[in-house]
Each structure stands twice: as C-alpha cells, then as structure tokens.
Ligand binder design. Structure first.
Ligand SMILES: *[C@@H]1O[C@H](CO)[C@@H](O)[C@H](O)[C@H]1NC(C)=O
Ligand SMILES: *[C@@H]1O[C@H](CO)[C@@H](O)[C@H](O)[C@H]1NC(C)=O
Ligand SMILES: *[C@@H]1O[C@H](CO)[C@@H](O)[C@H](O)[C@H]1NC(C)=O
Ligand SMILES: *[C@@H]1O[C@H](CO)[C@@H](O)[C@H](O)[C@H]1NC(C)=O
Length: 487
C-alpha cells in the first residue's frame, strides 16, 4: 500500500495550531494511508504551545500517525515590530533553515525502510507561504489551509489582481468613497469593511501582499467553509485555480482550545445557570480572544441590556493597558466598570462572566442569540448550532465577515459592520445603547426570517460533514489529489 506523509507548518500561536490539529485529525481519520508531522514554530516566550501539543499527544485523542516536532527558538533576533503581518513574516522567515533540516531528517530516516510513508507535500497556512521554497527544494507540492471565509479569500485575490494589474494600492484608496465589485457577490463591498492593516499601514499591506501573492503557487487551498454557506453564483467561485477544497465547518467541539483559562468550576457555574433558563431566551455576548472595550462602552452595553430586559450571558473582558499589545483579561471586580447597582438589578435575568466556554454556550438550548465579533470560527460555530448573530466586529477581517453575513447571506443582524479604530474617531466608534438594544431585540426575535435561515444553514452544515455531504466529498477529493500528485 502506498503511504503518504504530509508536513504541516502552521503559523506560530496557539489558535493556528489548534485549527491545524483539527484538519490533521480529519485527514488521518479519513484515510489510514496518511500520516502527518506538524512542525511547530513558537512565538517568543510562548509556553502554551508545547504544553498544548504535549496534552494533545497524552490525551490519546490523536493517533500515532500525527506527530509534533518543536522547532528550536530562533526569533530572539526578531526585533520588536509594530504590525502583526510583518511580525509573522520575520518570525517565520527565520525558521526556513530549520524546517529544511527537520524535513531532511524525516526523509533520511525513511529511505532505509521501503514500507515507510513517502513525503507527499507541505500543508501551510496563510502566513507561511515562504515555506513553498522549501517544499520546492524537496520537489513536493504545497497545499494551504485557509482559516477565514471563502468570501474573504476571493476578496484577497481580487485586491492582489488590482495591485498587480492596475497598480491599485489599498493604502492609497479614498476609503469613504471606494467600493469593490466582486464577481461573486451581489452587493459591492465598501472599502471601509476591509482590515485596517491593508488600508492604513504601508508596511503591513506590503507584508500581506507578499503572503497573498504566493497563494497561487499552491496546488490547492483547503478552506474552512462549506459550499452551501458560500455558494455564490452557482458554485463557480469554487472552480478556480488553485483548486479550493471547502471541507468545513472544522471546529474544536470539545472546547479544549481554551487551555489555561477558565477552569471547570467557572464552566460548571455557567452551564448550571444556563440550564435554569427557558428555551432560546438568552443572548450571549462575547467578542473573541482580542475583544474588549473602554469603560464608557461597557456601560453603554449594560444600559442596553437592562433596557431590553432580555436574559443575558455577557463575557466581559478588560482591555490591556493602553499602548500594550496583550490579550484582554478578566476583571477582578466587574462592578467597578458597570453602572451602579447593575449587577443587583439584573441578578434575576443576567450573568456577567469573564472567560467563556463558547462552544458549550452556543450549543446550549437556552442560548437564543449571539452578539459577536464575527471571527470566522465563532461565525461557523454559531451557524452550526443555529444561533443567529448580531454583528459587532472588532479587528482583522471581522468587518468583512459581518458584511458578508448581513448583506450577502442574510444570516445576521447588524449592530455595527464598519467598526474600525483607524478610520473613525473615538466618538464615531462609540455604539450607543439604543443601537445595541435594537440589535439585541432583533436577534432575539423568535420567528424572524433570519433565525429561520440560520436554522436551515445549521442543518446544511451538519449534512455537509456527513458521508455523501459536500465537505465530506471534498475531503475525499483532496486526499485523492494528494495521492495522485505524489511523484
Ligand atoms: C480561528 O480562526 C483563525 C482565523 O480567523 C485561526 O487563525 C485560528 O487558528 C482559529 N482558532 C481556533 C481556536 O480554532
Ligand atoms: C522573553 O523572556 C525574556 C527572558 O525571560 C525577557 O527578557 C524578554 O523581555 C521576553 N520577551 C517578551 C517579548 O516578552
Ligand atoms: C519516516 O519514518 C518514521 C519512522 O518510521 C515515521 O514516523 C515518519 O512518519 C516517516 N516520515 C516520512 C516523511 O516518510
Ligand atoms: C515583501 O517582498 C519584497 C520582495 O520580495 C521584499 O523586498 C520585502 O522586504 C517584503 N516586505 C515585507 C514587509 O514583507
């Protein structure tokens, strides 16, 4: 039997690693000819990553056909840089030699044994395109695992073409007056829903272009979506070059992503509270691992919740100190930022929490709506569990996701869409209580068309993953192509 080994190289950071492990599991579970080695690049001072891979290996939730190699730290040489795209570029670039050596070792080891798997290709993610060079040295194809939407992938290709063929630079756009006509979107896309980094940061935009330019050199792009969700213009979007393989939604339903935060006590407390609430009665507010607001905005959310009278579960996170790049944390005394007496007055209907076991909350029958930052994972989880979203994007491509959900797909209610710190002033960014309250009431409406559509899409997402479903079939096609492309 012909056996194939894939080398996975995710971008540094626990989030990327987690998604990578999910797709790796899916592949080896589907086909026992496949084995996978994940080369793990750590962030500076990153202790979580190794702990996580060790926990995964120990948990036996994973077969022996998935292995991890931790690449040695070399980024002490990486100077502090301001934007994330450039930072990834430098950290990853610094690892090329080590990737080359690690793969060389893998191959040498195997030459002695004719039954061992042959190297079949690299699977990289969107920031690791420079590793295509190494795959080429070994004369194997590169595939990409893309963790955002197909819609945004198309947008990226479109912007790249505008740059290469028409010299249009996103950092020189007249943002308020620019729209993009994508061939597969019904609505023109306003520039102001694009990520800040490509609109306002020359160096960041160059770094992003450098990554995107090379997407086309891959043999195929595995996308975390499913055709029924993003089936613009009769699927034609999926017939592109490189081949797209929509195999999602890929989610970590066991929720072991949130290593280190929360804890069972907190989790049990939250689920117990939800168990006591009526069916589909609770609105859940959560803004992702990087989402937090200033105190005025926190108060405004509180006023909106109180005024709406809707039951709520609110993951309230404290912003890191100004000017510091760090994750939000839990408040030790949330009452200090909330309006006076808020917790007492809402004790019967609401619960303010810090870290949230999001998947379990979305899966709970009491949860009826989700005020979300629209990160693509959260979006997929929400759709999978049939919970409609009220959009409040915060960073990265979340504004685009919100636009796609509200305007193109009719699967979400708008609170904000074009929420951007680099574009609007602080006062323009402020979302007032009426606007929030309207969004909450609307998303909680029990027999709305949006809720109906989300429920339908939820069913389609489950079918897509089952034998005979679209994502299931695309995964088979991917494996066939990997085996056939082996030299
Ligand atoms: C969630 O999505 C992002 C891309 O938007 C990805 O980089 C990350 O790995 C994902 N995180 C988890 C926990 O799955
Ligand atoms: C990483 O750790 C070293 C030593 O423990 C410290 O000097 C350095 O400032 C840390 N770097 C970052 C980016 O936190
Ligand atoms: C090489 O052989 C080792 C040990 O038999 C195996 O674990 C690994 O997956 C193989 N890798 C490749 C690239 O063939
Ligand atoms: C982008 O690519 C060009 C050409 O390869 C290179 O000179 C430049 O340093 C890269 N810039 C960034 C920010 O990645």
């Amino acid at each position: 039997m012909k056996k194939a080994e894939l080398v996975f190289i995710p971008s540094p950071g626990i989030g990327h690693l987690v998604s990578t492990i999910e797709i790796a599991k899916l592949l080896v579970e589907r086909d026992d000819r496949l084995s996978i080695t994940v080369l793990v690049i750590k962030l500076p001072n990153d202790s979580k990553t190794t702990a996580y891979t060790e926990a995964v290996v120990a948990s036996s939730s994973i077969t022996k056909r998935i292995k991890f190699i931790n690449l040695p730290d070399v980024h002490n040489t990486v100077a502090e840089v301001s934007n994330i795209a450039l930072f990834f570029h430098l950290v990853i670039e610094a690892q090329k030699q080590q990737v080359q050596e690690a793969v060389q070792k893998l191959i040498l080891h195997n030459n002695s044994d004719p039954d061992s798997p042959r190297l079949a290709g690299f699977v990289i993610d969107m920031f690791c395109t420079t590793m295509i060079d190494i795959a080429n040295e070994f004369d194997v194809p590169t595939y990409m695992f893309y963790t955002s939407s197909a819609g945004y992938l198309g947008m990226s290709f479109h912007l790249q073409t505008l740059y290469e063929e028409h010299n249009i630079d996103t950092t020189e756009l007249n943002v308020p007056n620019t729209e993009f006509k994508l061939p597969y979107f019904v609505n023109p896309v306003p520039a102001k829903v694009l990520p800040s980094v490509i609109l306002f940061d020359k160096e960041g935009a160059t770094a992003v272009r450098n990554f995107t330019r090379r997407f086309k050199e891959t043999k195929g792009i595995i996308v975390n979506t499913f055709t029924e969700l993003e089936s613009y213009a009769g699927h034609s979007f999926f017939d592109t070059n490189p081949t797209l393989y929509p195999v999602g939604p890929i989610m970590n339903l066991k929720g072991d992503t949130q290593v280190g935060s929360g804890g069972t006590q907190q989790r049990n407390d939250i689920i117990k509270w939800l168990d006591e609430q009526p069916l589909s009665s609770v609105v859940f507010l959560c803004f992702g691992s990087m989402g937090s607001f200033n105190e005025d905005q926190v108060k405004e959310i509180a006023y909106a919740l109180e005024k709406s009278g809707v039951r709520f579960l609110w993951s309230l996170r404290q912003a890191p100190p100004k000017g510091k790049v760090a994750f939000p944390s839990d408040y030790s005394k949330p009452q200090e930022v909330l309006p006076d007496g808020f917790l007492e007055r809402t004790a019967e209907i609401g619960k303010v929490i810090g870290w949230a076991p999001q998947v379990e909350i979305l899966a709970h029958k009491a949860t009826g709506g989700f005020v979300s930052h629209c990160g693509w994972n959260s979006t997929l989880e929400s759709i999978y569990f049939g919970v409609p979203i009220a959009t409040w994007p915060v960073y990265a491509e979340q504004q685009f996701n919100a636009f796609e959900l509200v305007k193109e797909l009719g699967l979400a209610v708008e609170i904000r869409m074009d929420y951007n710190r680099d574009f609007y002033s602080e006062s323009e960014m402020f979302v007032n209580a009426e606007q929030i309250e309207r969004g909450i009431r609307c998303v909680m409406e029990q027999d709305s068309d949006i809720r109906k559509r989300v429920k339908e899409m939820s069913e389609k997402s489950r079918k897509a993953l089952m034998d005979g479903g679209s994502s299931y079939s695309f995964l088979d096609r991917l494996i066939d192509d990997i085996m056939n492309n082996m030299s």
